[in-house]
Ligand binder design. Structure first.
Ligand SMILES: CC(C)(COP(=O)(O)OP(=O)(O)OC[C@H]1O[C@@H](n2cnc3c(N)ncnc32)[C@H](O)[C@@H]1OP(=O)(O)O)[C@@H](O)C(=O)NCCC(=O)NCCS
Length: 151
């Protein structure tokens, strides 16, 4: 079922919830690097978009994308486990893509944990292609799959 989500830029008060979701659903098994302070820095950074998905005013997902001159990089994207497979991740990624197109970005790049087959399938579904592997990218604990999409 496709549910309706409100996608908007994050506000400083979202930093803690985002950092907890990153710790629990993306950085599991790794040292926690996306602390509330780091997320707050990204929210304030003019070359980074932090988007949040809300349902009934509750934050249920987020995405962080950093802009270069021609490329943009998805740093993090996650949906609360209870809200998966209902289109929230797609709504966040579509929002990032639409924003990047308006900004004249030519390609979006990202890394996913090599064992995270669900995320790799999700990005493939959205037209990302696999470019290669980065050995030990995650604190030397796990490899990363590099993916990209030309806009
Ligand atoms: C990856 C993630 C963001 C997807 O969010 P989501 O809201 O469940 O995604 P959607 O509902 O928009 O899925 C769209 C399509 O992507 C594919 N997809 C999504 N999750 C998948 C999974 N676990 N396995 C296989 N395909 C998947 C499916 O084709 C899906 O369509 P369908 O449900 O009709 O089959 C979510 O699983 C998540 O937060 N995972 C943990 C964090 C993470 O891995 N982030 C990415 C790396 S930073």
């Amino acid at each position: 079922m496709i549910a309706e989500y409100e996608i908007k830029l994050a506000v400083p008060g979202d930093a803690f919830a985002i950092s907890e979701l990153s710790r629990d659903t993306i950085e599991y098994g790794l040292p926690w690097s996306w602390t509330s302070r780091r997320v707050a820095t990204s929210i304030a950074d003019s070359s980074t978009n932090v988007a949040v998905a809300r349902q009934a005013q509750r934050l249920i997902g987020f995405a962080i994308m950093k802009y270069g001159d021609e490329d943009a990089h998805v740093m993090l994207l996650a949906v609360h486990p209870a809200h998966r497979r209902k289109g929230a991740g797609s709504a966040l990624l579509d929002w990032l893509e639409a924003t990047a197109r308006v900004a004249g970005i030519k390609s979006i790049q990202l890394e996913a944990r090599a064992r995270n087959t669900g995320a790799i399938s999700f990005y493939r579904q959205h037209g990302f292609v696999q470019l290669g592997l980065r050995r030990g990218y995650y604190q030397r604990v796990e490899d990363a799959v590099r993916m990209a999409k030309d806009l």
